[in-house]
Design a protein around this ligand. Structure first.
Ligand SMILES: N[C@@H](CCC(=O)N[C@@H](CS)C(=O)NCC(=O)O)C(=O)O
Length: 139
């Protein structure tokens, strides 16, 4: 929390994980932007490391704790700020939502980030070539 009492979201404007949390935040909060490519990556500062050992965004400072991992944050928000609901009350439907969320957060996103950071832009633009590039790396 800040002196104003508002939760703080540590995030990067291009981070899809940060967007996941921004969409879920239904109350007033402050943002601390971390530029992941400036200064060698501002997420690696000692100050941020003390808040989030993973040194990744998003991280939400709220209620005296700092939570990393977008899905852990949304789960906390679901339990502490139940209006509006983020998850269905019906447990079978909730399980389906969690499956989709896990596929995106744990399956698609890490590969997507890896592609962006390891693949030259011209390969990424031509998707068959990008896939070939992946294949030659044994992914
Ligand atoms: N599983 C995490 C992934 C977090 C993540 O990969 N964050 C990226 C931005 S989208 C990041 O901080 N990358 C910087 C780094 O790893 O150095 C989540 O869902 O929050």
């Amino acid at each position: 929390m800040t002196e104003s009492g508002k939760p703080i979201l540590y995030s990067y404007f291009r981070s899809s994980c940060s967007w996941r949390v921004r969409i879920a935040l239904a109350f007033d909060y402050e943002t601390v932007p971390l530029n992941l490519i400036k200064d060698g990556g501002q997420q690696f500062s000692e100050e941020f490391r003390a808040l989030n050992l993973m040194q990744q965004v998003p991280a939400l400072k709220i209620d005296g704790i700092t939570i990393g991992q977008s899905l852990a944050i949304t789960e906390y928000l679901e339990e502490t700020w139940p209006t509006p609901r983020l998850l269905p009350q019906d447990l079978k439907r909730r399980a389906q939502v969690c499956v989709i969320s896990d596929v995106i957060a744990c399956g698609v996103q890490p590969l997507q980030v890896w592609l962006w950071t390891c693949t030259p832009a011209h390969l990424w633009c031509a998707s068959p070539h990008a896939l070939l590039h992946l294949d030659t790396r044994g992914v």
